[in-house]
Design a binder for this molecule. Sequence first.
Ligand code: NAD
Ligand code: UD1
Length: 337
Amino acid sequence: MRVLVSGGAGYIGSHTVVQLVAAGHEVVIVDNFANSKPSVVNRLEALTGEHLPVHAFDLRDHDKTELLFANEHIDAVIHFAGLKAVGESVELPLEYYENNLGTTFSLVRAMQRHGVDKLVFSSSATVYGLDQEAATEDRPTSATNPYGWTKVMQEQILRDVAVANPAMRFALLRYFNPVGAHVSGTIGEDPQGIPNNLVPYIAQVAVGRREYLSVYGDDYPTRDGTGERDYIHVEDLAAGHLAALTRLGTMDEPVGVWNLGTGRSTSVLEMLHAFERAVGHELPHRVVGRRAGDVAVSYADPHKANAELGWATTRSVDDMCVDTWRWQQANPNGFPD
Ligand code: NAD
Ligand code: UD1
């Protein structure tokens, strides 16, 4: 298939592009580089050995999106583009609603006009709200912040569009906590500014960019008192997109919803120790107060994805840390400008 990857220069999009090309698909990228750098594309071309067409514009621009679909033959879309920082979404709710909903409106309108009927959408475990333990797809959705609401709303919008357009097929993929990097160490997560998420923060402590890890609370009702999450290697996550794309071709129902997680949780201290094993020495940390809005435990029930997509994770927490560390060491300041 010829697949349009929105947000293809971003963290998860870039890893998915490599797997799509390896599987024999053609890829077209659209990204405005709001949270990524053009140099990612050079790395992707080096990894894939292919020239990758890139359209650099804001997907909310309906005219440019229309032109893209008119000029490029597209069979399916994987929609990663969006803003994703929870804290920032609380400060800038309108920007989050505008960007995340606006990109989806623009894309789906163009798909309808050009008869493109398959879309894989990046949703999130955040749609389970506070009810995140052993989450199954039939749980009611809700959110605790504007970012989360954009995901709940985008899911609903896609369900409604599917009712009105019976030929369309949508995969809603609810990611748990993506971490890790491509085994080459040439692409990985490159957060701008101070990382919000645990593994990128630990990686920056390890490489000397941050003094110590702040552990947000050790008084949760968990194995060791620190928060537990379902970390999924970004390569396993990328593989889930290819499996969903295949599934869309044979699906009777218009919308499929799948959790992409391992089904296992890892605590903050367990992750820190796994990273220390990868680095080969201890890393400084301090226990501080809880972070507002955090749940104690979050992990997927991935059985539906295992059964229906024929997909399962294969990489361990140690693999996640070794691969993150390889990327971070080779690129201490992320992608070049
Ligand atoms: P990312 O920020 O690395 O990638 C998103 C890409 O989209 C960036 O390259 C950015 O420049 C681009 N983009 C943003 N707005 C755009 C616009 N209006 N027009 C064109 N391009 C635009 O994020 P990621 O971690 O790769 O996440 C991809 C998707 O997965 C997002 O929708 C995110 O909400 C979702 N998700 C991510 C996580 C996670 O922890 N990383 C977890 C659950 C869901
Ligand atoms: C965050 C988002 C969530 C998003 C997910 C994607 C928040 C409140 N939630 O969730 O919506 O879907 O990322 O990956 O931002 N921790 C520390 N010290 C740190 C950073 C994190 O102790 O410096 C702890 C956290 O308290 C948590 C765990 O590490 O227990 C994981 O945190 P993080 O990586 O931010 O992910 P989530 O909290 O799951």
